[in-house]
Design a protein around this ligand. Structure first.
Ligand code: ATP
Length: 237
C-alpha cells in the first residue's frame, strides 16, 4: 500500500508562543523527504506532533487516512531520543523494551544494523557517547517495519565517516512503499538521497518541492537553493 501522510491546517502554540501556523503538507509514496529549516524553525515540533508525542495542536494529521492517535503511532516510527529510558539500562534491555512495545520490530534487521554500526549490546546508556547513542536510536527506529519514519537530526553527533556510511545505507534499510522524513543541518550530505524537500520558516512550510525540480528550475544544488531562501530574506530586511 502506498503511504500517505497528510497534515492539514496545523496550528500549535506553547506558553502563548505561536510555534506552527497553518501548516499543511501532503506526502505520498515511497520517498525520502528532507525537512529543512534553521534552528528553532519548528522541525522537531512538527515531527513530534505527527508522531503523537506532542499533542494539543489544532488541525488534522493522518497516515493512510487514519487520524486516531493509536493507529498513527502504530504506523509511524519516530526517532525518539530515549529520554524516558533509565540510564542504567543496557542496549540489550532497550532492545527488549522496543520488541515488547512494537509488534513490527524486526530483530533480524536490528541485529544487522547494530553489527553494521558496531554497537556493543552490553553497554549501558549512561556510558554511550552522543554519536553512539544516536546510532542506537537510528537502529531502533529503522528496525520497526513502519509506514512512516521520522528521523529528527539523526546524524548530528555522529562522525563524518559513519554519517556517510549510514546515509549510503539508509535506502536499503527503508522498507519499500514507506515514507521517510529526515531533518538535518548537513544539507549537502543528505541531498543525494532526498526525493523531496520541505522547508520550515517563520512558523510554517514555505517550500515543498521535488529535489529534481529544484535542481532543474533553479540550476542550483539543494544546499545552495536552501541557503538562497535565507539570503533573499536578509536582503529584503
Ligand atoms: N516546550 C516548549 N515551550 C515553549 N517553546 C517551545 C517549546 N518547545 C519548543 N519551543 C519553541 O518552538 C520553536 C520551534 O522549536 P523546534 O525545536 O521545533 O525547532 P527546530 O526547527 O527543530 O530547531 P533545531 O534545528 O534547533 O532543532 C522554538 O522557537 C522553540 O523555542
Amino acid at each position: 500500500m502506498t503511504t500517505t501522510l497528510k497534515v492539514e491546517n496545523l496550528n500549535y502554540r506553547r506558553n502563548l508562543k505561536r510555534i506552527l501556523a497553518d501548516v499543511s503538507l501532503s506526502l505520498t509514496g515511497n520517498k525520502i523527504v528532507g525537512l529543512l529549516g534553521e534552528n528553532g524553525a519548528g522541525k522537531t515540533t512538527l515531527m513530534r506532533l505527527i508522531a503523537g508525542v506532542a499533542k494539543n495542536a489544532k488541525g488534522i494529521i493522518s497516515v493512510n487516512d487514519k487520524t486516531d492517535l493509536a493507529t498513527r503511532k502504530s504506523l509511524i516510527s519516530y526517532s525518539n531520543p530515549l529520554g524516558g529510558m533509565a540510564t542504567n539500562k543496557r542496549i540489550s534491555e532497550v532492545k527488549d523494551f522496543y520488541q515488547q512495545v512494537y509488534p513490527d520490530f524486526d530483530e533480524q534487521k536490528y541485529n544487522q544494523m547494530i553489527t553494521f554500526l558496531k554497537l556493543d549490546e552490553s553497554q549501558r546508556l549512561s556510558a554511550l557517547s552522543k554519536g553512539t547513542r544516536e546510532k542506537l536510536v537510528i537502529s531502533l527506529t529503522l528496525a520497526r517495519q513502519a509506514s512512516v519514519y521520522l528521523l529528527d537530526e539523526p546524524f548530528s553527533g555522529i562522525d563524518s565517516m559513519s554519517r556517510k556510511k549510514i546515509i549510503n545505507s539508509i535506502i536499503q534499510w527503508k522498507p519499500a512503499d514507506s515514507l521517510m522524513v529526515i531533518s538535518d543541518h548537513y544539507v549537502s550530505e543528505i541531498a543525494p538521497i532526498l526525493d523531496e524537500i520541505v522547508v520550515v520558516k517563520d512558523n510554517t512550510i514555505v517550500v515543498h518541492k521535488a529535489a529534481d525540480t529544484i535542481r532543474e528550475e533553479s540550476g542550483q544544488s539543494i544546499e545552495d537553493y536552501y541557503e538562497s531562501l535565507y539570503g533573499e530574506a536578509d536582503s529584503n530586511d
